[in-house]
Design a protein around this ligand. Structure first.
Ligand SMILES: CC(C)(COP(=O)(O)OP(=O)(O)OC[C@H]1O[C@@H](n2cnc3c(N)ncnc32)[C@H](O)[C@@H]1OP(=O)(O)O)[C@@H](O)C(=O)NCCC(=O)NCCS
Length: 170
């Protein structure tokens, strides 16, 4: 667990990142409730997304290297996606990074930009190793992992689907 104080916000060339707050559940649901984005089980309602947000916030509480961050495009003010670092199931004890872009904002490199900032932040507060678990046919996601400098190290089963584990030292 990291002990350094984490900043409340991160900034990239185009994006401002902040940790999701409970009152942003409707914005979170615009991403988490869209089956084109969360094709493995989108939320059916804002209340379900609010519960997910509470659960993941709890999972990450108390460790500056962990968290779910909303990405806001500075020019338009729109929340364009989510990036997160959280405890990883594969391997247990590790930390995984993830990315989820609102459908209207995919294909503009926001995932790469936000995930790079989050990875750098995690390294700054003391994290030393990061994984990402990706379905190999999810080409944009594989490309984001590669952009982060991650290498494929293992194949695991998640929800009965083969996933590739990407990893890197920080
Ligand atoms: C995966 C996801 C986060 C990528 O975000 P994004 O901001 O749209 O990604 P980018 O615009 O940076 O594109 C990523 C790369 O994929 C490439 N790409 C996009 N569509 C592609 C396709 N159909 N085939 C191959 N490559 C593709 C892009 O060219 C880009 O590569 P480059 O940076 O080398 O040019 C986004 O598509 C998403 O939210 N998908 C749904 C949720 C998801 O799959 N999350 C990951 C779960 S493991």
């Amino acid at each position: 667990m990291s002990t350094r104080t984490a900043p409340a916000a991160l900034a990239t060339a185009r994006l401002d990142l902040h940790r999701w707050t409970p009152d942003e559940a409707p914005d979170f649901h615009a991403i988490w409730g869209d089956p084109r984005v969360i094709w493995w089980g989108a939320s059916a309602s804002v209340e379900q997304s609010r519960a997910t947000l509470e659960r993941v916030r709890g999972r990450c509480a108390g460790d500056d290297a962990l968290g779910w961050w909303a990405m806001r495009d500075r020019a338009s003010g729109a929340i364009v996606g989510n990036v997160c670092t959280q405890p990883a199931p594969d391997p247990p004890g590790g930390v995984e990074i993830g990315w989820h872009l609102a459908h209207a904002h995919q294909g503009r490199g926001y995932a790469r930009e936000g995930a790079t900032a989050l990875m750098q932040h995690a390294a700054k507060v003391g994290l030393r190793h990061l994984v990402a678990t990706v379905i190999p046919l999810n080409y944009p996601s594989v490309a984001v992992a590669r952009h982060l400098g991650m290498d494929a190290v293992a194949v695991v089963d998640r929800l009965a689907v083969a996933h590739v584990v990407f990893a890197r030292e920080l």
